[in-house]
Design a protein around this ligand. Sequence first.
Ligand SMILES: Cc1ncc(C[n+]2csc(CCOP(=O)(O)OP(=O)(O)O)c2C)c(N)n1
Ligand SMILES: [Mg+2]
Length: 335
Amino acid sequence: MYEQMVTARYYEERLQEEYLEGKQPAFDISAGPIPGELHLAAGQEASAAGVCAHLRDEDTVTAPHRPHHVAIAKGVDLKRMTAEIFGRETGLCKGKGGHMHLFDPDVNFACSGIIAEGCPPAVGAALAAKKRASDDVAVAFLGEGAVSQGGFLESLNLASVHDLPVVFVVEDNDWAISMPKERVTDVENGAQRADGFDLPGVRVDYDDAVAVYETAADAVGRARTGNGPTLLEVQVHRRMGHFMGDAEGYRPEEDSERAQRLDSIERLADDLRERDVADDLDAIRERAEERVDDAIEWAKEQPEPHPDAAYEDVFANPPENWPRRSATTPSGGDD
Ligand SMILES: Cc1ncc(C[n+]2csc(CCOP(=O)(O)OP(=O)(O)O)c2C)c(N)n1
Ligand SMILES: [Mg+2]
């Protein structure tokens, strides 16, 4: 878990550097090697690492617009994910999805920029697993800002009534862009939403990876043994703005300071040292950094998609006379 967490943190530190290239001084969001928005999850690593430690490749995970820590913990190919974020042809979605739309069928991972959008597909994957009589499970990650969304609430209902092997993981980072949760809901503890659907709801009040791991063991175990869904909420801390370039004028200074102070990675490192579990945390960190640097270097060398491919994989039924690929385009277009 420590390795997953330091990989995710360093990955985002490196993305941050790459993202800012060419965007300043007047923050041009379309400029530089990573055009568009970028939502970083620094401070939220414990929930992804603690939950995904219980998962296998066959299990399905969906994530929202802040997906990197979850994708890394689920084992998404780091090189192809990075190429996708850089908009390159060898990216997971051939460079057309970008950082909010990563899709890796090898490890059954998907994410979306539409909040709570991952809940119905996770329920679908859980239904498929049940119908196939396999013990695969599905996990949907979402933010606390999405817990009043219809897609989420309807998914809780279907999961409960059909007893499906799915776990909903709400990452409560206190903010939905600039909106504190107390202004949009009177429900303080998002796990309470489970009560209305008669399924177990549990909350981990602090972002301790071991506490998340232990709580998730029950939730994933319940799903895997045919005992139905669980809603798990984890308190995490958003160390950065909502997205890169967010000046955070709405955020009290103490709240940002608290997020910096309560670092789940440092907490886990102290814990590991105290329990004498890992003798060389520096080696783990170095290995993680090398892997990230390699992925970023590789991705930046990848070709950009051919303009003729712009319409491919976009329409299920392409319009007539849609642009065809030219002979110079590297791969076929029938898929
Ligand atoms: C259905 C929908 N409505 C609105 C948005 C715009 N939007 C993007 S992120 C966000 C807030 C999400 O907050 P939360 O779920 O807490 O996730 P966090 O950003 O804190 O990780 C909103 C409203 C969206 N992407 N999808
Ligand atoms: Mg939030």
